[in-house]
Structure formats: structure tokens, C-alpha cells
Design a binder for this molecule. Structure first.
Ligand SMILES: Cc1cc2nc3c(=O)[nH]c(=O)nc-3n(C[C@H](O)[C@H](O)[C@H](O)COP(=O)(O)O)c2cc1C
Ligand code: SF4
Length: 479
């Protein structure tokens, strides 16, 4: 095993190691989309170094660390699961959470065999909400079946996808739901220790989770939880990079296999799940897996939280049943845009295809979104109006992509920066030459085919979707 590194070799990887989280302007895509609403804040975000990507205040973009105010929380489903209680402040304490039935799922699970909980998660057909949509039950079963004495469970609270602030508010308003779920996961798969990997950009969530961890000690019955605060790296949300970060190694992405379920944290079987995924678990345990699977549609079961950016007339957090048309979310729930017509939307972060308004009737589900070249991702929705020029958007996304590359694959390490330069040239200076256009195509091709993780492949998919769906606008700039 490679020895753990210390000092600058590790710290230099991160953007925010020694950076206080005040007076920082967000350079995320939601703030990019809304830059015409407050040009001064956006310009400051561009000037600041290091950049800060996504403060999770996309409902008030362009935002800063000093932006105050909370997003409205609304339920477009009966019996909400993950956002229940997020619309109020009375479940932040252990006492308040228990008053609403908190920790009764843990009690119920502990009264039966761990395998029963694993089986219920399988029956629920719950899929990961962190991006990939992988069946949670399959992961839980894999870790459960490992014979190692030491196993770990990890909550991925890095929520780096621009436009997404779902996990943030679950942790701020109902932090015990995450803690209960982590303890449930530990009980089910046989882990006595859990980690929460939380981004530095969320100081309020950090305080809420820290306080809740202290309060919960009495109910956790020896299950230990450690809170790790990220130091500003988008790619640390990728699960293997995250595990390296916890181990204090340089947090590059690990090649798979082996998968974390067999060789994860400190080489031990490890369950990594996203915060929203975990937030579904207490409900599943209390109501059973079949009741969860009875909701939703197609291969997307249960409910999903989505977050809408500041260009919407009604930005905020919504929990809904899968299967509704995307248009319903954008136009009925979100109320359309404050600034005219939709030009496009990103669903679930910038590592998937852009959605064109002609595709808005797609039913909201994992496979259905993928069929139009998009993704469910994390559920953050960033809408763009006619103020967004697609070449500028490409330059912005590839700037982010280059800054956040972990550097392991050459096309991503060097290619993203070169692609950003070419997109910026086309956006702000002149049309690209034949040679430059060919170079750009070959970078995108290499990114799509050779990247080790979804960062590189996703950036290529994003660019290709704009070439295809906004050809009239961008094609004249390339030879
Ligand atoms: C570049 C990159 C960034 C990611 N960032 C996050 C993140 O911030 N939060 C998250 O939960 N998953 C993120 N993921 C997905 C994780 O690798 C992993 O699939 C997820 O944590 C598993 O949990 P789930 O099955 O509950 O979704 C990211 C993936 C990639 C490729
Ligand atoms: S695609 Fe980029 S971020 Fe992903 S492993 Fe390769 S270099 Fe790292």
C-alpha cells in the first residue's frame, strides 16, 4: 500500500486549504447563468483566486458567502421523505427530531437481523442520488457479504454539482436524519464506524451536523462517526477520490476494480452513499421497501428532491414523485423564468448533456433523462435564459473542468485547459482555424474515450450536446 502523504504534497491539491470562508463570491454555473442580474458580484467572482465553486445558494445567485436568506421548500408529493422537516426548524435538535419519530427506524432495525435491513433496501429499488443512480441495495448487499471484521460506511456530503443545494438543507435542518441513516447503514452492513465528508463551503451545515453528532452519542450505542471537512476540491465528491482524501493521500481518482465495496477506505469494505440517498433510509425501514418501491415510476422509484436556481420565478427546493414531465418542474413548480424564455437547462450538474427546450416534455426519471443525453444527476436544475451565449457557457464549464481536474489522466489534465482556451477564443475573439477546430475535436474525443472518471467524460458529453443542440449558434465559430 502506498504510504500516506503529508504536508504540501497533499495540501497543494486543494483550493481552499488556508482560505477563510468569508467575502468569497461564487463562480458556479448557477451564478454564471444569473450574472446579468448582478454583474459586479460575478466580476468579483472571476477576479478572486482561488475560485469558490458553488456555495449552495443557487436560489439567490449570483451569491457570496455573505448572501443570506433561505430557499422556499415545497412538496409536490404527498408524504415527503427526504425533505420532510426541511421546511421548518424544529427538527434540528435531537429532542425535536425524536418528537417527529426520529431514531425509531434505527431502533426497529436493531431489533431484527442486519440482513433484514439490507433486504428492505434491495426491495425499495432505491437508486443512488449522488449522480450515478446505482442501486443502493446492491451496494449494501456487497458490503454486507464481505467477511472483513472492519468495514466502514461513508456519507458523501460533498455536493459539488453546481445548482444543487439539497444535501445542504437536509443537513442544516434535519441533521439527525443523516446520522440515523448512517448508523442504520452501519448496523446493516456490519460497520462500526462511519464518516461524513462535508464540503468546507457549507459552514452552517457543518455546525448543524457537529452539534447533532454530539447530541446523538447517547442513541448511537457505540457506533462512531467522524466528520471530515473537505478543503475545496470538486473531484473529492467522486467516491474514490473522497476515500483518498479521508486517508490523507493525494485525492486522485482510483482505478476500479477493485470497488470500494470490497477494497475501500483503508483497503476495507466500504459503503459510500450520498446524503439524499441515506436520507431515504429511515423512511424505508419504517414503512418497508415495498412501500417505497410503490412510489415513483419506471425504474425510478421513490421520491426525488430537486433544487431550482435564481432565474426561476419560484426558485427553491421541491420534493416530487418521479415521472412528472420536466416541463412541469420548470414551468409549473418553478413558474418559468423571471427574465423571459428558457434557452436551456442543466439537470444534475455540468457533467451531462444540456437540455434543449424542445426536450422539456421528457418524464423525470433516470433512464428517460439519459435517453435525451441528459442526466438525473444530483437533482440540481440550472436554467439559462437568452442572456447566455453557448460559447461563453462552454468556456466557463471547461474553466471549471480544468481547475477541478485531479490530473490523473492526460486528456483531462491538459486537454480541459486547452479546450477552455479554444472555447474562450471562439467566444470572445474570433472564429477558430481549421487546425484549432480539429485540435478541439480530438481533445473532446480523447476526453470521452480515455477518462478514468465521469469528470472527463461528462465534460465531453456536455460540449457535444451543445454542438448538437445549439449547432446554429456555435457551428459558425468552428471550421
Ligand atoms: C467528478 C465527480 C464528482 C462527484 N461528486 C459527488 C458529490 O459531490 N456528491 C455525491 O454524493 N456524489 C458525487 N459523485 C458520485 C460519487 O462518485 C458516488 O457515485 C456517490 O457518492 C455514491 O453514492 P450514491 O450511490 O448514494 O449516489 C461524483 C462523481 C464524480 C465522477
Ligand atoms: S477524468 Fe479528470 S478528474 Fe477524472 S480521474 Fe481523470 S484526470 Fe482525474
Amino acid at each position: 500500500m502506498k504510504p500516506a502523504l503529508t504536508g504540501r504534497e497533499v495540501d497543494s491539491f486543494y483550493h481552499l486549504s488556508d482560505v477563510p470562508m468569508d467575502h468569497r463570491c461564487c463562480r458556479g454555473t448557477s451564478c454564471f447563468a444569473a450574472k446579468h442580474l448582478d454583474g459586479a458580484t460575478w466580476r468579483k467572482a472571476l477576479e478572486q483566486s482561488p475560485p469558490v465553486y458553488c456555495l449552495g445558494k443557487c436560489y439567490a445567485s449570483p451569491s457570496t458567502t455573505e448572501t443570506t436568506g433561505d430557499p422556499p421548500v415545497q412538496f409536490a408529493c404527498s408524504d415527503p421523505i427526504v425533505l420532510a422537516g426541511v421546511d421548518a426548524f424544529d427538527q434540528q435538535s435531537l429532542e425535536g427530531y425524536c418528537r417527529h419519530g426520529g431514531y425509531s427506524a434505527l431502533e426497529k432495525a436493531r431489533a431484527s437481523a442486519p440482513e433484514k435491513t439490507v433486504a428492505e433496501v434491495e426491495l425499495s429499488q432505491l437508486r443512488g442520488r449522488g449522480g450515478a443512480g446505482f442501486p443502493a441495495g446492491r451496494k449494501w448487499r456487497s458490503v454486507f457479504c464481505e467477511s472483513a471484521v472492519t468495514k466502514y460506511v461513508v456519507a458523501n456530503a460533498d455536493e459539488g454539482d453546481h445548482g444543487t443545494y439539497i444535501d445542504r438543507f437536509i443537513m442544516e435542518r434535519v441533521p439527525h436524519r443523516l446520522i440515523e441513516a448512517l448508523a442504520l447503514a452501519g448496523h446493516a452492513v456490519g460497520a462500526r464506524k462511519g464518516y461524513i465528508y462535508l464540503r468546507k463551503e457549507y459552514p452552517v451545515a457543518e455546525a448543524a451536523v457537529r452539534k447533532a453528532m454530539g447530541e446523538a452519542e447517547s442513541v448511537l450505542a457505540g457506533f462512531e462517526i467522524e466528520l471530515i471537512i473537505g478543503q475545496g476540491s470538486y473531484v473529492c465528491g467522486e467516491e474514490t477520490s473522497l476515500l483518498n482524501s479521508i486517508e490523507h493521500r493525494r485525492p486522485e481518482v482510483r482505478a476500479r476494480p477493485p470497488y470500494p465495496t470490497a477494497h475501500g477506505l483503508f483497503n476495507m469494505p466500504t459503503l459510500v452513499n450520498n446524503v439524499e440517498t441515506l436520507a431515504s433510509i429511515p423512511w424505508i425501514v419504517l414503512h418497508n421497501g415495498a412501500a417505497y418501491a410503490a412510489r415513483g415510476f419506471s425504474r425510478s422509484r421513490g421520491t426525488k428532491a430537486v433544487s431550482l436556481n435564481s432565474l426561476f420565478k419560484r426558485p427553491g427546493l421541491y420534493e416530487l414523485e418521479f415521472g412528472v414531465p420536466l416541463r412541469y418542474i420548470l414551468e409549473e413548480l418553478g413558474g418559468g423564468l423571471v427574465s423571459g424564455d428558457f434557452k436551456a437547462a442543466i439537470v444534475g450538474g455540468p457533467l451531462a448533456g444540456l437540455i434543449h427546450p424542445s426536450e422539456f416534455d421528457v418524464p423525470f426519471g433516470f433512464e428517460e433523462m439519459a435517453a435525451i443525453g441528459g442526466a438525473m444527476g444530483h437533482g440540481g436544475i440550472v436554467a439559462f435564459d437568452s442572456n447566455t451565449r453557448m460559447l461563453e457557457l462552454l468556456a466557463h464549464i471547461f474553466d471549471f473542468g480544468a481547475i477541478e481536474s485531479c490530473g490523473k489522466c492526460t486528456p483531462c489534465r491538459h486537454g480541459t485547459r486547452r479546450a477552455q482556451q479554444l472555447f474562450a477564443t471562439a467566444a470572445y475573439e474570433r472564429h477558430l482555424s481549421d487546425e484549432e477546430s480539429r485540435e478541439l475535436r480530438s481533445i473532446l474525443n480523447a476526453l470521452a474515450r480515455t477518462s478514468l472518471c465521469g469528470h472527463g467524460t461528462g465534460l465531453a458529453v456536455f460540449a457535444e450536446s451543445i454542438f448538437e443542440k445549439f449547432a446554429e449558434e456555435v457551428a459558425p465559430c468552428f471550421s
